[in-house]
Design a protein around this ligand. Structure first.
Ligand SMILES: Nc1ncnc2c1ncn2[C@@H]1O[C@H](COP(=O)(O)OP(=O)(O)OP(=O)(O)O)[C@@H](O)[C@H]1O
Length: 281
């Protein structure tokens, strides 16, 4: 339950719901002789949960890496619409990861990438670093303008803590938490960036059913209550079909379907390539 009235918007996008936020156009990525992505294109709409699914090795993580700047495809464009008065757009393909993060693209990884010895609160504050004008050590030392900035950042972080219901563990080192909580903190750290677009790489991997249901609920809250657009890689088809607005399907680096969960689950190419028994069961 949300106990706090929102004072900070956690959604960093200036676009209205329904506008195109991210356009992936003709993206091809090769590693030597391996074609990880071949002419992949689709559009992520502001306000959607957009799932990317496909069998192992289909190119899902590579695609996320192209969007967040970790991989540079040989061909194509990844256009992020930044909105505002100028109605700007940026091609992420030419940018380094830290610049893409500054434009509001936040991500979580398949393996937890948190500072295990720092507390939950400290890890979340580190998620604010892209917005900090004063150096983190000055903020922590509470000097002058740095102190005011710290108070602002703390307010926002407290809202993320409330949204994700991690109040009870805020002062615990992340390494001491159960896996499900750690994944929630990782989601929280990405959310602390006030993202325009949140990329989640298998946020429910390795979870039991109860943890998965919790996480799916929190991803929905991030979307519904905070209004953040999400690109989600997920293997559990039930989760994908339950919470996604749109689904893009990759197979051997190619986009074989793109549509609503209903469209995609009935698509013979998808059933053949991937879903098979899972959906007909
Ligand atoms: N850094 C890399 N160097 C060489 N090959 C890579 C690299 N990253 C990915 N690949 C290859 O690209 C292809 C797509 O891999 P990718 O990890 O993107 O698939 P995936 O759909 O995310 O798979 P999974 O569901 O198993 O995580 C695979 O053949 C993989 O071996």
């Amino acid at each position: 339950m949300i106990t706090r009235a929102y004072r900070h918007s956690l959604n960093g996008s200036l676009l209205a719901p329904g506008q195109p936020l991210l356009e992936v156009k003709g993206v091809s990525l090769r590693f030597g002789g391996i074609s990880a992505l071949a002419d992949v294109g689709f559009t992520v709409t502001q306000g959607h949960i957009h799932a990317v699914i496909g069998p192992n090795g289909a190119g899902k993580s590579s695609l996320l890496n192209c969007i967040s700047g970790l991989y540079r495809p040989q061909q194509g464009q990844v256009l992020l619409h930044t909105g505002g008065e100028q109605g700007g757009e940026a091609d992420l393909i030419r940018m380094r990861p830290h610049r893409i993060a500054r434009l509001g693209v936040a991500r979580s990884f398949q393996n937890i990438e948190l500072f295990r010895h720092l507390t939950v609160l400290e890890n979340l504050m580190l998620g604010r670093h892209v917005h900090m004008r004063h150096r983190l050590f000055a903020s922590l030392a509470w000097f002058g303008p740095a102190r005011r900035e710290e108070i602002h950042h703390r307010g926002l972080v407290e809202e993320v803590i409330d949204l994700l219901q991690i109040q009870s563990v805020r002062h615990k080192p992340v390494g001491a938490l159960a896996y499900g909580f750690q994944k929630r903190v990782e989601l929280g750290r990405a959310l602390c960036m006030q993202p325009a677009l949140l990329l989640l790489d298998e946020p429910m991997a390795g979870m039991n059913t109860e943890e998965k249901e919790d996480m799916a609920r929190f991803v929905l809250d991030v979307h519904e209550l905070a209004g953040v657009t999400v690109v989600l890689i997920e293997h559990d088809m039930n989760v994908v079909m339950d919470i996604s607005d749109r689904v893009s399907v990759l197979d051997f680096g190619k986009l074989i379907a793109d549509g609503t969960p209903g469209d995609v689950s009935g698509d013979p190419a998808v059933i053949n390539a991937y879903l098979g028994e899972e959906l007909s069961a």
